[in-house]
Write a protein that binds this ligand. Structure first.
Ligand code: F6P
Length: 330
């Protein structure tokens, strides 16, 4: 973690970046209200790094945070600005930020967003505190990210519905969930939804293993099965898995890809509380002069973790969760 002189901290910027996640608005609210309570002015940066490059800022006050805690998406909007990979673009962004009087910022996003924030500190000593917001839960330094619980619950509701129709028709289903290169959503949804097998990048399952599991279930009288596939599972995604299972075993699997449905909707209570805690602490940490770091939740406690221990660090699904899923599916 780095330190800066926080005695001149008067105006705080806040932005959301990368894929939106339910609970981001609760985090924006926590950041804004905590900063205002401490006498700061708050400016929202529209669409993350895109808004920084275009100089698009809007003043946020206590009232503008009314009725946002329950809303999905992000009221500041978000984006993926490829141009920000260039140092000259980052220099232009800092010019815009300084012209707007912004002294420090809170970045709500994932690994890519934090990489941009880290570069702004290294190249321009611009102080930023990160708040982990992504449905994927693939951020090191925190046990859980904002949006993950909501995404799991949305996917779980879909699986429960699929189970009704799968059981009625004696069918095999493969449900594909999001997660980019990680299997956190697939694992939690698999356990909570009683899936027979999961396909995740961290703990690859072969087609033969999956077929074997389905066959053993059938021998015990199971008439329908649900397999959950993480989108980042290699090789192949849900349709490829279905084709391979058909070719190898003759089982006709129905495929359901949940996609962006998992990213929308009202955040769960757990996500709203997490976002409120991590957002408020981000402001408190900046007030203490801490920056180039992220707030996180570890074993129930709010912590501040240096970006050096977060960016590019792999967080993996606990193998015992995968074993648990398999033993309970027996
Ligand atoms: O990182 C969140 C996430 O939803 C991933 O799970 C997914 O792979 C990706 O974003 C999709 O991104 P986009 O909405 O830009 O297609």
């Amino acid at each position: 973690m780095q330190r800066f002189d926080a005695s001149k901290l008067k105006t705080l910027g806040v932005y959301t970046s990368g894929g939106d996640a339910p609970g981001m608005n609760a985090a924006i609210r926590a950041v804004t209200r905590t900063a205002i309570l401490h006498g700061m002015e708050v400016k929202g940066i529209v669409q993350g790094y895109v808004g920084m490059l275009n100089g698009e800022f809007e003043t946020l006050d206590l009232r503008s945070m009314a009725n946002v805690i329950q809303r999905g998406g992000t009221i500041l909007r978000t984006g993926r600005a490829l141009e920000f990979h260039k140092p000259e673009a980052r220099a232009k962004a800092v010019e815009h930020l300084r012209a707007a009087g912004i002294d420090a910022m809170v970045c709500i996003g994932g690994d890519g967003s934090f990489t941009g924030a880290h570069a702004l500190w290294k190249e321009h000593q611009f102080p930023i505190m990160g708040v982990p917001g992504t449905i994927d839960n693939d951020i090191a330094g925190t046990d859980v990210t904002i949006g993950f619980d909501t995404a799991v619950n949305i996917a779980l509701e879909a699986i429960d519905r699929i189970r009704d129709t799968a059981a009625s028709h004696d069918r095999l289903f493969i449900v594909e969930v999001m997660g980019r290169d990680s299997g956190f959503i697939a694992t939690d949804v698999g356990i909570a939804g009683g899936a027979e097998e999961i396909f995740i990048p961290e703990n690859p399952t072969s087609i033969d293993q999956a077929i074997d599991r389905i066959k053993r279930g059938m021998e015990r009288g199971k008439k329908s099965s649900i397999l959950v596939a993480a989108e980042g599972h290699k090789p192949g995604r849900a349709y490829d898995l279905a084709e391979a299972i058909l070719q190898k075993a003759g089982f006709d699997a129905k495929v359901c890809i949940l996609g962006h449905i998992q990213r929308g909707g009202s955040p769960t209570a757990a996500d709203r509380i997490l976002a409120s805690r991590l957002g408020a602490e981000a402001v408190e940490a900046l007030r203490r002069g801490e920056c180039d770091a992220m707030t996180g939740l570890v074993k129930g406690a709010v912590v501040v973790v240096p970006f050096d221990n977060v960016i590019g660090v792999k967080k993996s699904v606990a193998p015992e969760l995968v074993s648990l899923l398999r033993s309970l599916a027996n």
